[in-house]
Ligand binder design. Structure first.
Ligand SMILES: [Zn+2]
Length: 78
């Protein structure tokens, strides 16, 4: 294994650790469907309903956090 490969693997591990920490600290991102407003505005702009994608919460779980919760549920056995 060359030095370059070792560095690449090390960098990947550091990135993964930083990403995991980021998903733990900031588990949500703004909903892309409604742009973080939680609203679905009517064409007239006068009426609005709740965004269906995020159910009006305006936030979506990040992929890393979702994977983490999924694995935690799988380990708990249900
Ligand atoms: Zn939304």
């Amino acid at each position: 294994m060359g030095t370059l490969t070792t560095i690449a693997i090390g960098a990947a591990l550091v990135w993964a650790a930083a990403y995991a920490l980021g998903c733990w600290l900031w588990p949500f991102r703004a909903c892309p469907r409604c742009g973080g407003t939680g609203k679905r505005v009517s064409p007239s702009g006068k009426a609005f309903g709740l965004c269906r994608r995020c159910k009006g919460t305006a936030r979506r779980l990040r992929f890393g956090r979702r994977a983490w919760e999924y694995s935690r549920r799988a380990r708990a056995g249900g």
